[in-house]
Design a protein around this ligand. Structure first.
Ligand SMILES: *Cc1c(COP(=O)(O)O)cnc(C)c1O
Length: 385
């Protein structure tokens, strides 16, 4: 969301009732974390996902923290997480005093690999976090089976996957509890914001208590557990409600954008994230792989020169300084993290802009695709950034 690019990688689309609802908050004086937009946003979000409870919080990272806390995850526990992910779910495990155990991902769908999950289950394992990365659902059949067989909690991080479906069900309805983010570059946004969803009444009650300073329901200003202030404001919820009203438009646009990219880039050496047959990909960010890390850097700088912003795919978390003390390799994650690019994917992106982006991509790939040398992904300069 940088201003320096002619075509940013992402920007929100506030094309509906956002302004009217926010104005209503200001004029009615309901600007804090109580108010009718909170209730409406939570109710309509729960209905959209088809779950019993949706509990608003102030961002997607605290949504994960409070979900893990509600499950009682704590010191001595291990939680299995993909290393190829945004860092938030890993940090949330550490906030609880538990230990993240990294697993590798599938090279085709880029999602957590259930076989590797199985290998890492041990006596201390308490939970698995499935991250639906870039809008593609994680393999929920295999993960729910593993969780059931081994008595583990299953948490879904749906931050990037609003609108994604697995066997016709919306993501966030498979695990014990699931979380969403409404950061400015997510499919629907509240500026900063998040949601915890669950169909379990007791878990929902625990999340509500924890996000509101551990307030006891039976006495005023009496706190009987250590909670947090993770509340969303009515203003943020007002924006969220307006965004939710346009969600199907956003998702339709994003699918059309993905299709156009795929069509126009056919025959280039770029490889798209595969859409598995049993899923509906929500195409949060259309993402491609180059053959080498070197090609990735060349393509990104070519696009930068043309005023087009891109993002690198996530560097695997196990390679970051605070998580790299245990020497481990997760080869697919390392490969995906060094060769991937997220292309501009915001819903208001026009066909003409996509055509222009693809023209520049073609020019760049024609230049580099002949020269693969002996560069391996680990010798690339992009390792040290
Ligand atoms: C964005 C994101 C989060 C965190 O959301 P914030 O609202 O930025 O705190 C968590 N997990 C994933 C996979 C994300 O992409």
């Amino acid at each position: 969301m940088s201003n320096h690019y002619r075509i940013p990688v992402y920007q929100p689309w506030l094309c509906g009732n956002e302004e009217q609802y926010v104005l209503d908050c200001i004029r009615s004086n309901w600007i804090s974390s109580k108010g009718s937009y909170i209730t409406k946003f939570e109710e309509q979000f729960a209905a959209t996902i088809a779950t019993r409870h949706a509990i608003s919080v102030c961002n997607g990272t605290v949504a994960l923290h409070v979900a893990l806390a509600a499950l009682g995850i704590g010191p001595g526990d291990e939680v299995i997480v993909p290393t190829f992910t945004y860092i938030a779910p890993v940090n949330a495990v550490v906030y609880c005093g538990a230990t993240p155990v990294f697993v590798d991902s599938d090279l085709q769908t880029w999602q957590i690999d259930p076989d590797d999950v199985y290998r890492r289950i041990g006596p201390r394992t308490k939970a698995i976090i499935a991250v639906h990365l870039y809008g593609h659902p994680a393999p929920m059949d295999a993960l729910t089976a593993l969780a059931r067989e081994h008595g583990l909690f299953l948490i879904e991080d749906c931050a990037e996957a609003f609108g994604a479906r697995y066997q016709h069900r919306h993501v966030g309805t498979f695990g014990d509890i699931a979380t969403f983010s409404f950061y400015g570059n997510k499919t629907i946004t509240t500026g900063e914001g998040g949601m915890v969803v669950t169909s379990d009444d007791m878990l929902a009650e625990r999340v509500r208590r924890l996000k509101g300073q551990g307030l006891a329901p039976y006495r005023e200003y009496w706190h009987d557990i250590i909670g947090y202030n993770y509340r969303m404001t009515n203003i943020a919820a007002a924006i969220g409600l307006a965004q939710l009203e346009n969600a199907s438009l956003f998702l339709e646009r994003k699918r059309a954008i993905a299709n156009r990219y795929r069509q126009l880039l056919e025959g280039t050496p770029l490889v798209f994230q595969l859409e598995a047959p049993e899923v509906v990909h929500s195409w949060w960010m259309v993402s491609v792989l180059t053959s080498t890390a070197h090609d990735r850097d060349l393509l990104r700088s070519h696009l930068r020169t043309a005023g087009i912003e891109t993002r690198p795919t996530f560097y695997p978390v196990h390679t970051m300084p605070m998580y790299s003390h245990r020497y481990e390799r997760h080869r697919n994650a390392e490969s995906l993290g060094l060769r991937g690019i997220n292309l501009p994917s915001y819903p208001a992106l026009t066909h003409e802009q996509i055509d222009e982006i693809c023209y520049h991509i073609r020019t760049a790939t024609e230049r580099f695709s002949t020269n693969h040398d002996s560069i391996t992904v680990f010798q690339s300069s992009s390792v040290i950034q």
